[in-house]
Write a protein that binds this ligand. Sequence first.
Ligand code: NAD
Length: 369
Amino acid sequence: MATFKLLLLPGDGIGPEVMAEVEKVAAFIQQAGIASFEMERGLVGGSAYDAHGQSISEAHMQLAHAADAVLFGAVGGPKWDAVPYDVRPEAGLLRLRKDLGLFANLRPALCYPALADASSLKREIIDGLDIMIVRELTGGVYFGEPKQIIDLGNGQKRGIDTQVYDTYEIERIGRVAFELARKRNNKVTSSDKRNVMKSGVLWHEVISALHKREYADVTLEHQLADSLGMQLVRWPKQFDVIVTDNLFGDMLSDIASMLTGSLGMLPSASLGDTDKKTDKRKALYEPVHGSAPDIAGQGIANPIAMIASFAMALRYSFNLGQAADMVEKAIADTLAAGLRTADIKGDAPSTVSTQQMGDAIVAELKKAI
Ligand code: NAD
């Protein structure tokens, strides 16, 4: 049985509450003899600031570097609104992304049949939806220089951001998308704005060349980012894997995620380059939601996004696709049996707590063995 090093960073607010449910799922995977986990725990965000005066300590960064995968809960909350900018809770997450070189953000948009009526779109448009948005996470206009506001001296100011991409950055995110498509429905839609942006012209050129050279077996389509936004709400099932830059990915992944309902349902993965010597890649898995201070401590948070993030770790870091399928099926079956946390209540007659939802998912897993 393979052993994997897992670092748990629960963070703040509902982070520790939803992480506790992942621990139950991981314990089950271990008891079932599927894999074993060497688990370390660390602090990040406000909880790290309270303990160490930093948003993540050097010691816990070292643990992150040594881990096969990092599971991250959520950070932030009003308690830390006034802390100095460079030690604010979010700085811990940004440091993890930067130091681990996590350039590829994967956000699946999956519609569980039991929740299809909770979407703002019609059931037939989203029932059975399963798409993956691959967003470039460490380049583009959020990081390009110059980035400044200049005083023009005539009562006017000028705000400047720079959209910049090099060939290698586009190639490596393209590779992630093509490799994923090969394990899914073998189709990639690449999105840019080459009609008005030079970086878009290069994006299109590099993705097309990579496709021709290494991934001709995968179907490749290109769509302008504005048109893709429109198509995502018109007929999202036409997509399999969508690859795009940091800015467009930020917006398109939020649109895609809301096709399927509550924030409490949405997992994500952030991946780095594969180390050629060890064949391993740095990876961090986290729910899309934040620390939800409005419901923290009440035991009512939905743990599904966190548990589904762990399923992504099983699939992408530990190569345990079957175990990931089992966890995802256990989530779907729990929902199909009618269990609902408050955020996805809809017309359900009653709701369950965070712990009850976690226990029910583990109970479904037990049935599968
Ligand atoms: P949020 O995602 O924390 O909450 C938005 C709304 O969704 C709230 O009403 C919340 O109760 C609900 N919600 C979120 N997750 C839920 C879950 N699992 N189950 C049930 N309901 C859930 O976003 P926000 O309110 O804008 O931000 C709160 C704090 O979280 C802020 O400090 C923000 O900076 C931080 N934040 C952190 C991350 C992160 O750690 N990656 C991401 C977003 C926001």
